[in-house]
Write a protein that binds this ligand. Structure first.
Ligand SMILES: Cc1cc2nc3c(=O)[nH]c(=O)nc-3n(C[C@H](O)[C@H](O)[C@H](O)COP(=O)(O)OP(=O)(O)OC[C@H]3O[C@@H](n4cnc5c(N)ncnc54)[C@H](O)[C@@H]3O)c2cc1C
Length: 376
C-alpha cells in the first residue's frame, strides 16, 4: 500500500516537504500537492518587482516543471478541510489521505487598516508590488513612509529592506534630497534577536537619513496625506508602502485547526492536535518568524516525522527553529543573519556584514531551491 499524502499549498513549506518525501519514499508514495496558483515566486522577488529590478515573468516559476516520483501537482482552490477524516474539498473535487499537511501560508486583511489600499499601497502581495512598480515613478518629492500595520508579519527584515532600497531608488533618480523616508515598525529594534544586525541597520538608516520609528504600528492611512500611528501620532505622508495585517486563510480558520488565529503545532514534529495532520510554515504559531527559511526548516522535520511514522518509528531530531535570512542593505550589498529560536534559552542571531559575496550567496539560495523543487 502506498502512503497517501495531501499537501495543501505549494509554497516554501509544501515544496520542500513534497521534495523530501519524493526523494526518500517516492516509490511508496501517492502525494497530491495542491495550490490555487499556477506558479511559485520567492517572497523577496516582490521587492525586485516593486523597484523594477526584475519583471513579474522573470521571477515566476511554473508548477508545470514539477516532475517527481510519487508526486502530482493540482492547480485547484481549496474550499474546505476536514482534519478528522483528512478530506480536502477543492474547486475540482475531494481528496482523501492517510496524512494531511497544511502549508497554506498567511493571507492579508487589507480592510483592517483603513485607507491602506485606497490612499496608501502595500507591497506584500504580488499585485500590490506590481501596482507600486507603476506608481513609484510618479513620486518625485515629499514624505515616504514604510510602515507595518500589525504583527506578526512575514520576513521581519523586509520593511527595513524596503526603506533602504527606496533610498537607492530615489538617489538613482536624483530625487533623494526632495524626499524624506520614515520607517515604522512594532519592535524596539529592526531585528530583535540579533543586536548586531539591528546595530548595522540602525547605522545604515542614520547614514541615509532614514527616520526609524520603533514600537509603533500604522493604524490608518488618510486622504489628507497623513498616516496615523497606534499612539495617535500623525506623520505627513505622500507615499505609503505598507505591510498589511496578516491572517490565516479563511479555509484554515473554518477548519477547526486554529487557536487565536493560527494553527498550534507540537514544535518537536509539527503535528497538530488531529491525528496524522501536520502544519508547517506561516500558517502556524510555532514560535519562529513567518519566513520561507523557517517554513522550509519545519518541512524537513515534518517530513522526517511522516517517514519515521510510515516505517513504524519515531523521528528523533527535534525542530530547532534555525534559519538564515538575507537582508538587502542597498548599494548592491546583502547581509545575512543566522537565527536560532529554540536551541538556546532565548532566540539569538549571528550577523554577517553586508557584502557583495553575500549577494552571490543569496542568488545561490534561490537557484538551489529552484533546482531542487523544479529541476530547473
Ligand atoms: C516582501 C517579502 C520579502 C520576503 N523575503 C523573504 C526572505 O528574504 N527570506 C525568507 O525566508 N522569507 C521571505 N519572505 C517570507 C516568505 O515569502 C514566506 O514566509 C514563505 O513563503 C512562507 O512559506 P509557506 O510555505 O508557509 O507559505 P507560502 O509560501 O505563502 O505558500 C502558501 C501557498 O498556499 C497557497 N494557498 C493559500 N490558500 C489557498 C487555497 N485556499 N487553495 C489553494 N492554495 C492556497 C498559496 O497560493 C501559496 O502558494 C518574504 C515575504 C515578503 C512579503
Amino acid at each position: 500500500m502506498k502512503l497517501r499524502v495531501t499537501v495543501l499549498g505549494a509554497g516554501f513549506g509544501g515544496l520542500e516537504l513534497s521534495s523530501i518525501l519524493s526523494e526518500t519514499i517516492g516509490d511508496q508514495l501517492d502525494l497530491t500537492l495542491i495550490d490555487q496558483n499556477d506558479s511559485f515566486f520567492f517572497g523577496f522577488s516582490k521587492l525586485d518587482v516593486m523597484f523594477g529590478h526584475k519583471s513579474s515573468e522573470a521571477v515566476k516559476i511554473s508548477y508545470s516543471h514539477i516532475v517527481k516520483p510519487g508526486v502530482k501537482f493540482r492547480k485547484e482552490t481549496i474550499t474546505a478541510i476536514d482534519p478528522v477524516s483528512k478530506t480536502v474539498t477543492t474547486s475540482n473535487g475531494k481528496y482523501e489521505a492517510d496524512v494531511l499537511v497544511v502549508a497554506l501560508g498567511a493571507n492579508y486583511d487589507m480592510a483592517a487598516t483603513p485607507g491602506l489600499t485606497t490612499w496608501g499601497n502595500e507591497y506584500y502581495s504580488f499585485s500590490g508590488a506590481e501596482k507600486l512598480r507603476d506608481k513609484l515613478p510618479q513620486f518625485t518629492k515629499g514624505h515616504a513612509v514604510v510602515g507595518v500595520c500589525s504583527a506578526p508579519f512575514k520576513c521581519p527584515p523586509a520593511p527595513s529592506e524596503a526603506a533602504l532600497m527606496l533610498h537607492d531608488y530615489l538617489v538613482n533618480r536624483g530625487l533623494r534630497d526632495a524626499c524624506s523616508i520614515s520607517l515604522v515598525i512594532p519592535f524596539g529594534l529592526p531585528i530583535p534577536p540579533s543586536p548586531d544586525s539591528s546595530k548595522a541597520l540602525l547605522k545604515a538608516f542614520e547614514e541615509r537619513n532614514i527616520r526609524f520609528i520603533p514600537q509603533r504600528k500604522v493604524t490608518s492611512v488618510g486622504e489628507n496625506k497623513k498616516v496615523t500611528l497606534d499612539d495617535g501620532t500623525e506623520l505627513p505622508c505622500d507615499l505609503f508602502l505598507g505591510i498589511p495585517k496578516h491572517v490565516a486563510p479563511d479555509v484554515v480558520l473554518q477548519s477547526g485547526l486554529t487557536e487565536n488565529g493560527w494553527i498550534p503545532v507540537d514544535k518537536a514534529n509539527l503535528r497538530t492536535k488531529f491525528s496524522n495532520v501536520y502544519a508547517i510554515g506561516d500558517v502556524t504559531s510555532v514560535g519562529t518568524p513567518k519566513a520561507g527559511v523557517f517554513a522550509e526548516g519545519a518541512a524537513k522535520i515534518a517530513a522526517a516525522s511522516i517517514i519515521a511514522a510510515f516505517k513504524g518509528k519515531e523521528n528523533e531530531t527535534p525542530y530547532t527553529g534555525a534559519g538564515s535570512c538575507y537582508i538587502e542593505f542597498g548599494k548592491g550589498n546583502v547581509a545575512r543573519v543566522d537565527v536560532d529560536f529554540f536551541s538556546g534559552p532565548k532566540p539569538f542571531g549571528i550577523h554577517h556584514e553586508a557584502s557583495e559575496t553575500l549577494v552571490v550567496d543569496k542568488e545561490h539560495f534561490g537557484s538551489s531551491r529552484k533546482a531542487r523543487w523544479f529541476g530547473k
